[in-house]
Structures are given as structure tokens and as C-alpha cells.
Design a protein around this ligand. Structure first.
Ligand code: 6PG
Length: 259
């Protein structure tokens, strides 16, 4: 099983700087190896921690034209809706870096605007399959699941990741690549989400978590004292939890040395 590493930072600023460095290093590695870097984003606070990419050296040194962007979960709404994870990422990040528009794979705008969660999930899975056929996304060993190069994930205070919530059935999906939920405890209620097997096939998974509201769940997930979706996170190569001091404050003594 892939190692689960922890990195605890004194401030969100430091965390954002290291997150950019970690991601840029993987971008160089994958662009060199395969000429493509597949990156999966989540919503929530994550996008606000990507600001470092908009500055030197990254804005000029990253091979943006080789990036392909996907979403681990999305709210079922149109692209211009204030709930949209696509809009959040576009406004805060994607519109400011030269990633080609055709390399950005958002939820189907029409199905989102109609609120059709089931069909939107099916359509997004079809989109992933098409990208596998075009050799943009790799597949994981013999399982046939898509394998992304890097996923940048977040965790809610209840321990959810993507739109896999504690006590909801979506976490048990074993066949589909993308599923949907219509009663999400975090608003809005309708969402589509990658399933756990897909999330865990990624080569590298980053779980970025800040603030004291997440501290209990971060500790429970990392020590496995509660069965939380975020505690089931693994990867093919490695998982790294990026935590600020507040989010790491409930980790067992000695687990949270500052980096
Ligand atoms: O659509 C969403 O709501 C997000 O993708 C979600 O899965 C997020 O990553 C976590 O809820 C953490 O969110 P915060 O960073 O806002 O706590």
C-alpha cells in the first residue's frame, strides 16, 4: 500500500508555497515522462491555496499547455452558478494560467443547469472513458480504472472527501467511475463525484486541510479511530496530507512536527 505522509506547516501561506512546489515537481516529472499531466481538482478552500502558481517561478516555468484538468466532485448546476466548483476554479486559478480551454473537462453545463445529477454523472464518466481512449488518462494496472497523475483533495469537518460523505452509500460504489448524490449534507444537495476506487487509483493524492474545524476528523482519519471517507484515502504511489497547525492540532503527540 502507498505510504501516507503528513506535512504540517506553520501557516497557510507556507502550505500553499509547498503545495505549489510539490505539484510543480510532479508536473515536470509527468510532462517529461508522458508529455501530459492529468490534475484533478476539488472545490472548497483548495482553490484559494493555489495562488502561489500565479507567481514566479511557477507562472513561467510550469508547462501549462500539457496540463489536463478534471474535477473529483462537482455541484450539479450550470457553470455560471455561484455554487459551481468549475466557476470557483476558473475564477481563482484556471483563467489566470495558460492551460488550453480544450484541456479543461467540466461537468456538462446543460445537464448541470437542469439539475440532472444521475445523467451528469454518467456523462462525466463517458468523458473520462473518452480521455482514456485518447491516451490522455492512463488506466490502473489490470483493473481498468482511470489513473490520474495527481489529485488535489480537501476534507470537510465531518471527514468527507470529494462528495463521499460519512453514512452515505456512495462510498461503497465499486463499479462506477463517477456517481451522484441528491441529499448531500453539505449544500448544495445534488452533486457528482468520483468513486473511491477511482480516487484511490491516482498515482499521487494530496489531502490539503486547514483550520481547527477539521482537526478532530483529520486525527480520526489519520489514526483510523473512526471510519471516515478521508481515512480511506490511499494512492498508487503516495498520499500526502498537507496540514496547517490548527488542522494538525489533534494529531497524536509527536505526529505533528512542523516542517
Ligand atoms: O464540492 C465541494 O464541496 C468540494 O469539492 C468538497 O469535497 C471539498 O473538497 C470539501 O468539502 C472540503 O471543503 P472545504 O475546503 O471548503 O472545507
Amino acid at each position: 500500500m502507498a505510504p501516507v505522509k503528513r506535512r504540517v506547516f506553520q501557516s497557510k501561506k507556507q502550505m500553499a508555497e509547498e503545495l505549489a512546489k510539490y505539484t510543480a515537481d510532479l508536473s515536470s516529472k509527468f510532462c517529461k515522462e508522458r508529455g501530459i499531466f492529468t490534475v484533478v481538482l476539488s472545490g472548497g478552500d483548495l482553490i484559494s491555496w493555489l495562488w502561489k502558481f500565479l507567481e514566479a517561478p511557477y507562472i513561467d516555468s510550469v508547462e501549462w499547455s500539457k496540463w489536463h484538468i478534471f474535477w473529483v466532485d462537482e455541484r450539479v448546476c450550470g457553470w455560471d452558478d455561484t455554487d459551481s466548483n468549475y466557476k470557483l476554479a476558473y475564477d481563482g486559478f484556471l483563467s489566470k494560467v495558460p492551460i488550453p480551454a480544450e484541456n479543461i473537462y467540466a461537468i456538462d453545463n446543460g445537464l448541470g443547469a437542469q439539475g440532472n445529477a444521475e445523467l451528469a454523472a454518467e456523462r462525466y464518466e463517458e468523458c473520462l472513458k473518452q480521455k482514456v481512449n485518447q491516451n490522455i488518462i492512463r488506466t490502473y494496472k489490470s483493473s481498468g480504472f482511470p489513473q490520474f497523475d495527481l489529485q488535489l483533495l480537501g476534507m470537510g469537518p465531518d471527514g468527507h472527501m470529494a462528495s463521499l460523505f460519512p453514512g452515505h452509500d456512495q462510498i461503497n460504489e465499486k463499479v462506477k467511475w463517477v456517481t451522484h448524490i441528491t441529499d448531500s449534507p453539505k449544500p448544495p444537495p445534488k452533486r457528482i463525484t468520483f468513486t473511491l476506487p477511482v480516487i484511490n487509483c491516482a498515482s499521487y493524492n494530496v489531502m490539503a486541510v486547514c483550520d481547527k474545524e477539521q482537526a478532530d476528523s483529520a486525527a480520526a482519519a489519520l489514526t483510523h479511530t473512526k471510519d471516515l471517507p478521508a481515512g480511506r484515502l490511499t494512492a498508487d504511489v503516495e498520499v500526502v496530507w498537507f496540514l496547517d497547525q490548527a488542522a494538525a492540532s489533534k494529531l497524536p503527540h509527536g505526529w505533528c512536527s512542523i516542517l
